[in-house]
Structure formats: structure tokens, C-alpha cells
Design a protein around this ligand. Sequence first.
Ligand code: ZN
Length: 116
Amino acid sequence: MKIEYTNFGLASRVGNIIYLNKRLLKHPELHDALLRHEKAHTSGFSWQDIKIDIINPHLKGVKLKYWAFLLSTPQSWVEVMPIYYKDGNLLLNPLISLIWAFLITLAGIAGLILKI
Ligand SMILES: [Zn+2]
């Protein structure tokens, strides 16, 4: 497993490479929690990965720091985009895509109810 530090994003795993935002190095507690989280993911994509993101036991105790870091670091916001670009590849974040699909569906239903 290889760790690469990036300018953008927060933490993700593609195959056996874990990408961490380089600004996390200033926050060792959050850095280590996110590294444990990414190591727990599989090298591909499975229901196990969705379960890990939903339950997310690794961020227990650093949730406040997680949100503070995410909100105060605009470079990490690509993490909440359903599709993002990294190292020449267009990648899909499956869980975020499901959340976006759900919100867009809700917005569509709300639009139909209000006949906008
Ligand atoms: Zn995850």
C-alpha cells in the first residue's frame, strides 16, 4: 500500500494507493484516523466499502476535527462531488453519487408537488 499526498480532496483510495490531503499532516490525529479508514476499504469497490463509509468507526473521536477541516479547506470539497478528476482519471464516488441521486429525486418530487 502506497500513500500519496495531494493538494485536493480529503482522503480516498484507488486500488492500493491512498491519497491524503497534504494539509492533514498538520493534524496527526485526523490524518491517522483517515488513514485507518482508507486502509479498511477494499482495493476495488464493494458493499463492504459502502458499509465502511456509512458506519465509519475510524472517525469516532475526531468527527469535530473532520468537519472543521473539511469546511475550512476548500481544496477538500471535491470529496463531496459525485465525480472527480484525479491523475488523469475521471473517478466516481459511489456513496456520494447515491446521496446526490437521492437529493435530486427529492428535489424533483418537491418540484412536482409545487408544480414548478
Ligand atoms: Zn471511505
